[in-house]
Design a protein around this ligand. Structure first.
Ligand SMILES: C[S@@+](CC[C@H](N)C(=O)[O-])C[C@H]1O[C@@H](n2cnc3c(N)ncnc32)[C@H](O)[C@@H]1O
Length: 370
């Protein structure tokens, strides 16, 4: 990275950490080999993943999903249906989103279970070709302060952009803890991103200037397509009004834009897009909740590519997903709630709530949040 390093941005680097990606529900990605194992083995792995999800990932974030997952882990008939899905689709949040997308009741386990058993074929058929595409504009909360420190026009390139809702940080309003709200130049935005912050949070004075933006995704989502929108809504965890409100407002705003979303793999599509970046702009390549879905060798290729480019690289991902980032030593994630590590040019700078509800800067304790 040559144009702006973490130090040029005035960001403290951290060198010691220890990470914990293992509990995340995309453990299914890490351990894809299990797909080939016997069904008995798969059943127990699936049950275990659902228990971990209930006890760790969803514990504080979604009591509704925690309860469904806890009960599902003990239900052989439900597990049997889940194990009929390809390994990548057994992820708890994928299965629950799929059922909700199809109309399953989900506030009470028995009703949910009966519905899924009754609609087994529909669930399995609808899963074909569908992927985790959660697009959460609140994930910009830990990224915006880094963009705001770049005092030049920015060319913003997101890999794993889904519907492109995170490509519009200059069009949203941000409210960080007790700091004054920051709004777009033309006034408050209908999309308001709220985030609890720690003591050393570098409150951005204003929004960044974005002069060019583009996204890459294996399967871009179109916010003008009602079915795509229904899938995006189903992917938002159910008991979080804030996330749903923000998503709906961002969908409406982005539906009036024409985000440049390129269909393709992040490594394959990157070179052609980079050639389109205006020469006067600082290229920022960023991603959140993406690299855990990518094969490790492909992640290595991507990291080597971005480190060799004249750009700023901002990553917001689970611990242990990115080679070379010793995220576990950075605000070791020992609490129940799982979190992302935010890094600039491979240097951790913050830890954040996986859906942007809080950000703990520079090794601070994580702040309390609603
Ligand atoms: C969980 S979503 C996160 C979306 C968005 N970054 C956010 O935080 O709201 C992951 C996205 O990464 C995309 N993705 C996964 N592997 C990819 C790859 N190899 N190349 C490009 N996109 C990929 C998926 O299609 C999906 O839209």
């Amino acid at each position: 990275m040559v144009v702006l390093s973490a130090l040029q941005l005035g960001i403290e680097s951290s060198s010691t950490c220890q990470g914990r990606a293992a509990c995340f529900n995309i453990a299914v990605v890490i351990d894809q080999a299990s797909a080939e194992q016997t069904s008995t083995r798969n059943e127990s792995l699936t049950a275990e993943r659902y228990r971990v999800f209930a006890d760790v990932d969803a514990l504080d974030l979604s009591p509704v999903y925690a309860e469904l997952a806890r009960r599902a882990a003990d239900d052989p008939e439900l597990l049997e249906i889940i194990d009929e899905l390809p390994a990548m689709q057994r992820q708890v949040t994928f299965v629950f989103a799929l059922a909700r997308y199809l109309g399953a009741p989900f506030h009470q386990f028995e009703a949910f279970r009966d519905w899924v058993l009754e609609h087994r074929e529909l669930v399995l058929e609808t899963a074909v070709g569908r992927t985790m595409q959660t697009n959460d504009p609140s994930r910009l909360a830990p990224i915006l302060p880094l963009l705001a420190q770049i005092r030049k026009p920015i060319a913003l390139l997101e890999v794993g952009a889904s519907a492109g809702l995170c490509l519009y940080p200059d069009r949203y309003s941000f409210k960080y803890g007790d700091h004054p709200a920051i709004h777009p130049a033309d006034g408050p935005s209908p999309v308001v991103i709220e985030c609890a912050v720690s003591d050393h949070f570098p409150a951005p004075p204003e929004l960044p200037q974005i002069v060019w933006r583009a996204g890459i995704d294996l399967n871009p989502v179109d916010v003008r397509n009602p079915d795509d929108v229904a899938w995006l809504r189903a992917l938002i965890w159910p008991d979080n009004e804030r996330r749903s409100r923000t998503l709906d407002a961002a969908i409406e705003l982005v539906a009036g834009e024409t985000p440049m979303l390129v269909k393709g793999d992040l490594n394959d599509a990157l070179p052609a897009l980079i050639r389109q970046v205006p020469p006067e702009a600082t290229l920022v390549i960023f991603h959140s909740a993406v690299l855990g879905y990518v094969e490790y060798e492909e992640v290595e290729t991507f990291v080597n590519t971005v480190l060799a480019l004249p750009c700023v690289w901002i990553a917001s991902e689970l611990d242990d997903v990115i080679p070379g980032i010793d995220s576990q030593a950075y605000g070791s994630d020992t609490a129940h709630e799982f979190s992302f590590v935010v890094a600039v040019d491979g240097v951790p700078v913050a830890r954040s709530h996986p859906h942007g509800a809080w950000v703990a800067w520079d090794g601070d304790e994580r702040p309390a949040h609603p």
